[in-house]
Design a protein around this ligand. Sequence first.
Ligand code: ZN
Length: 165
Amino acid sequence: MRQALEQAALCEPVPTAFCVGCIIVVRLPDSEPIVLSKGFSRELPGNTHAEANALAKLENLSSSQLQSLVSPWPWEAVPVLGDLLPLVDVYTTLEPCSVRTSGLPACADGLIRARIRRCIIGVREPDDFVKCEGAQKLKDAGIEVIWYGGLEQECLDAARKGHHI
Ligand SMILES: [Zn+2]
């Protein structure tokens, strides 16, 4: 979650959206967690979100980039993203969004479509803009949701950077 907060600190603050950081980690058997991708709000062009950006960057890795990230790989078959995703934990400083007014897909939907295993969340999204039901949406889809605990204030302060509330 500290690494996710470092990503959040890279965001360009805007008054109309939160600053969020996201880290995508895979846990292979008998191995330390491996960071596969990182993302932050508005990192990619447009009003993009941290989770969507981290996922997009992960999906854009070449197979050789992916192989070198997960080396040594414990199984015989070549690693492909589809095999990794069920072992993936996504750390995000703020609850993934459940609706987007901009027309872009909601992050919760993106995580569900990617079929990740667990989502570890720094803090619940406050109702500054919309009522967020991302955590419930993830749970309903069978993704384990873990409230990280202990860094709520840091995650909230990072999210509201540049806001006058
Ligand atoms: Zn989002």
